[in-house]
Design a protein around this ligand. Structure first.
Ligand SMILES: [Mn+2]
Length: 338
């Protein structure tokens, strides 16, 4: 069950003239707090939403001229899943499935209400739910949408390929229709994503099996080497082309996308900058590269739904990763320097 409450304050759009370009987009967000930690052994992920609240999430969103229409708290079962005793190839699937359903409904409801859903984690297994909700929304409208997935990892393991059984290493695969059926068939249909409409950006730490799975899936992968070679602007431009975004040059897709889901795993950022994550990996995005990527996506005016995941305050230093996460929310909503 999820509980909801209305947010009190609202800020006039006129306070944000720099956002005029994206005026066609909703000026209103729904914040979905999902303290999910069952996707891995890192219980600290459950404190992620609380740490972002401490970092002034709501007021920073209001500062850039957005209204927080609604805040939703997703309840995560704690007592049902005994991590250490769970020996399945995919651990805690029934519990994650229940949370995913609640997240999916909250996300779809937020889109139906004309707001941008921002799901705040919590580990990345919550994307099983958020993407299911987004997918169902566009499915009803017979529209396509794209995914921009930022991650140090592939998150494309299956119960067969995974060494750990951690579901937070599987949400991309699940969304593409590959994995435990209790998750892939959430809301009664699969797959949730068209692989040719998906980009995966910032990868540098893949299992050998995942390398094959990425090639087989047909998504557009961009490694840290690509970021080094092309720069972030080049990577984002190429990602938009590969998935067939409207306005991109030379796309193979006939129909062009106008809506994107951004699934942002904070571990895509270098741990020197963002230490407060469960599975840190060196050699990640710099502070500016992470902001730049999201600013460039905001410029397209096509960001319709967002996940910010894997914040683990138990690993953080003075809440700096939570503060960065909140600043990144501002960037993806279109905050500019001038
Ligand atoms: Mn991830």
């Amino acid at each position: 069950m999820s509980q909801t409450k209305s947010s009190s304050a609202a800020v006039s759009n006129s306070t944000a003239p720099q956002l005029a370009e994206a005026a066609a987009r909703p000026r209103s967000v729904t914040l979905i707090y999902c303290p999910l930690h069952l996707g891995g052994p890192h219980a600290g992920a459950s404190m992620g939403p609380a740490a972002m609240k401490v970092a002034m999430l709501v007021s920073k969103i209001q500062q850039i001229g957005f209204t927080v229409a609604r805040e939703v708290d997703i309840a995560v079962p704690e007592a049902l899943c005994w991590w250490e005793k769970s020996t399945n190839q995919a651990r805690c699937v029934p519990e994650i499935g229940q949370v995913s359903l609640d997240v999916a409904r909250a996300v779809e409801e937020a889109l139906d209400a004309g707001t941008i859903p921002i799901t705040l984690g919590g580990d990345h297994s919550l994307a099983i739910g958020s993407i299911a909700g987004v997918s169902n929304y566009y499915r009803k409208r017979k529209e396509e949408f794209g995914v921009m997935w930022f991650d140090a990892h592939g998150d494309i393991n299956t119960p067969e390929s995974s060494h750990s059984g951690n579901v937070h290493g599987m949400p991309f695969a699940v969304s593409l229709g590959d994995g435990d059926e209790r998750l892939t068939k959430l809301l009664g249909f699969a797959p949730k994503l068209d692989a040719s409409r998906c980009a995966l950006i910032g990868i540098r730490d893949l299992d050998s099996e995942e390398v094959k799975l990425i090639a087989k899936a047909g998504i557009a992968p961009f490694t840290m080497r690509d970021v080094d070679d092309l720069g972030m602007a080049g990577v984002v431009r190429e990602a938009l082309r590969r998935v067939g975004a409207e306005g991109s040059q030379g796309s193979a897709h006939e129909s062009k996308l106008r809506n994107f889901h951004v699934s942002f795993d904070l571990d895509v950022i270098d741990p020197d900058v963002a230490p407060g994550v469960s599975t840190a990996s060196r050699g990640g995005l710099s502070y500016r590269e992470s902001h730049h990527a999201l600013e460039l996506l905001a410029d397209t005016g096509m960001v319709a739904s967002i996940d910010i995941v894997e914040l683990n305050p138990a690993r953080d230093l003075r809440n700096q990763t939570a503060e960065l996460a909140v600043d990144l929310v501002q960037s993806v909503l279109g905050k500019n320097i001038l």
